[in-house]
Structure formats: structure tokens, C-alpha cells
Design a binder for this molecule. Structure first.
Ligand SMILES: Nc1ncnc2c1ncn2[C@@H]1O[C@H](COP(=O)(O)OP(=O)(O)OP(=O)(O)O)[C@@H](O)[C@H]1O
Length: 289
């Protein structure tokens, strides 16, 4: 199956920040979470693939096409939801239909009005009268109403209440069901990714720290709290990072099954995506990938 997104050796230098040799691929039929601390480079990467930022070097293919040469064709097939209000404030929700019909060849008015109803967005309300969360929902309605193949969401769900977020996560899961569609979801709400992501791309200080499938994370990673002497007896191959605490050491284990075979009584907790992020940002990293 071909990749829906392929980024190779993407570089972009700003005065105080460098996006440094970013490469990753997203296959079709998956939800890929993009995580990283504030300022890690997530939005810059997304802006580059949307051709809103010009990279210094690198290659970006979206839906198998060059992201600049085929920008118009690509954008017909992208659903984009960003964490900002980007519709014209004085328009009514229903007016969006008239505008989008002219922009998207495959615009589906019936589906759009169904989403307005589902998201409880009154057709007769002006956009400037919508709350932030309602604006986000309106952008989701647009993104889902023109036969998009690839959804790109940058901090899109952070303004939504937990019930609506849950509903959106279910919509995303339905969206990828046909194994042709994919979602790139940049978020700080890592618990959402624990629920729905198939892959995690973790950016740190402008670099890709790792890309792993969720299955791989669940099967191989774990968190072990142990004493210093036990930690020193471990092989460095058994872990990726550790955090020294007052009376113990917290270890991010990378081969938990092998360790459990050697030490049957060991308690290794499940590593959430947030745990992994904290280890890589605050801990001592001992492996390179
Ligand atoms: N136009 C610009 N000119 C100069 N620096 C910029 C520009 N755009 C972004 N940056 C810098 O690039 C770095 C990465 O920013 P970016 O928005 O990509 O991070 P992010 O991972 O999306 O962060 P957040 O989680 O806070 O949204 C930051 O240090 C930011 O100040």
C-alpha cells in the first residue's frame, strides 16, 4: 500500500530554531499522532507540507504527488482543521455551503448540513457568534464534507469538551476504516492518542525522536521503578531512558518481555505516550532511535 504522506530530509532554519532533517512516512488507513513539546516543530512541519512555509531543503509527497507542483490537486483531497478561527466572521454557518461548493469539486451539501445538525451548529448563526469549540466543529464539518482522503489536524481538538472530543475521535476511526484514508493528528492531549493512534511520531527540539507503531509501544515498552543497584545490573540494551528520583530510578524499558523472562517477579507498568514523552524530554536518553 502506498504512503499518503512521505517527508524526506525536510530542513527549515529560523533565527532561533532549526527543523533538522525530518523524515517520516504515513501509510494509508492509519491515524498518526504527532507529538512533541511546545516549540518542537510540529506546526512548522505541517505548514511545510501544506506549502504555507517554504523549506530550505527536503522532499514532501502528499497522496503520491509533489506538495508544491500538485498543490491544487492535493488540497481537493485534504481536510484541514487548525486551532484557529479561519472562516469569515460575518457569514452565517449555512453560507459556508455556498462558498465550499465553489472551492471543492466533490463538496457534498447534504453531508455538510447533516454534520451541522450532528454537531448542533445552528445554520442561522453567524460565525462570529460561535464559541471557539463551535468554530472547531464547523471546521470539522467542512473537512469531512468534500471526500477528503487525508485529514490534517493541528491542535484541533484541544478546544473541545471531552464528550465532543470523544465523538470526533470516533469519527476519525470511522474515517480510516476503508484503509485508504489517513489522519495526521498533532496534539498535546496524548490520552486521545492512547485511544486512537496507530503510529506515533515524536518530535523533540526540531528533530524526529522516534516513530513507532502503537502496537510496538504497547508490546515492548514499559515503566519500571527500581533501586539503583538493580538498575546497575540491567543491560543498557534493556532500556531507552531513565529518570533519577530521590530514592529510586524510573526506567523506560524497551524490551519488557525479555526482562520479565529473566525476572519473573518484576512489576513493569504500561508506558503511556505521555510517559514516553516525559522520559525523552526530562530523562537521560540511552538509545539513539
Ligand atoms: N515564522 C517564523 N519565524 C521565526 N521562527 C518561527 C517562525 N515560525 C515558527 N518559528 C519557531 O519555530 C519553532 C517551532 O515552532 P512550531 O510552531 O513549529 O512548534 P510546535 O511544535 O507546533 O509548538 P506548539 O506545541 O507550541 O504549537 C518555535 O521556536 C517558533 O518560535
Amino acid at each position: 500500500m502506498d504512503n499518503i504522506l512521505s517527508i524526506s530530509h525536510l530542513c527549515k532554519k529560523y533565527k532561533d530554531f532549526t527543523l533538522d532533517d525530518i523524515s517520516f512516512q504515513i501509510p494509508r488507513g492509519v491515524i498518526c499522532g504527532l507529538i512533541g513539546e511546545n516549540g518542537a516543530g510540529k506546526t512548522t512541519t505541517i505548514s511545510a507540507l501544506l506549502n504555507m512555509v517554504t523549506p530550505d531543503s527536503g522532499n514532501i509527497q502528499v497522496l503520491g504527488m509533489d506538495h508544491v507542483e500538485s498543490e491544487r490537486e492535493i488540497k481537493q483531497k485534504l481536510g484541514i482543521v487548525l486551532d484557529e478561527v479561519n472562516q469569515v466572521p460575518h457569514l452565517y454557518c449555512k453560507d459556508i455551503d455556498t462558498i465550499m461548493k465553489k472551492i471543492y469539486q466533490d463538496w457534498d451539501s447534504e453531508l455538510f448540513f447533516q454534520y451541522l445538525e450532528k454537531f448542533q451548529l445552528p445554520k442561522e448563526k453567524k460565525i462570529k457568534e460561535l464559541s471557539k469549540g463551535m468554530n472547531v466543529k464547523l471546521n470539522f464539518a467542512i473537512a469531512l464534507s468534500h471526500q477528503a482522503e487525508f485529514l490534517i489536524l493541528d491542535e484541533a481538538t484541544s478546544g473541545l469538551d471531552p464528550v465532543m472530543r470523544d465523538e470526533i475521535l470516533k469519527l476519525l476511526q470511522d474515517f480510516i476504516m476503508d484503509e485508504k484514508h489517513s489522519v495526521l493528528l498533532s496534539t498535546h492531549i496524548t490520552s486521545d492518542l492512547d485511544k486512537v493512534a496507530d503510529y506515533i511520531v515524536f518530535m523533540h527540539e526540531g528533530k524526529i525522536q522516534f516513530m513507532r507503531s502503537k502496537e510496538e509501544i504497547e508490546n515492548h515498552y514499559g515503566v519500571l521503578q527500581c533501586r539503583k543497584d538493580f538498575f546497575e545490573a540491567l543491560s543498557p540494551d534493556d532500556y531507552c531512558a531513565y529518570i533519577q528520583e530521590d530514592f529510586s530510578i524510573k526506567v523506560l524499558v524497551s524490551h519488557k518481555q525479555e526482562l520479565l523472562e529473566h525476572f519473573q517477579d518484576l512489576v513493569i507498568e504500561r508506558a503511556s505516550i505521555e510517559d514516553i514523552m516525559l522520559f525523552y524530554i526530562k530523562g537521560v536518553i540511552t538509545c539513539q532511535d
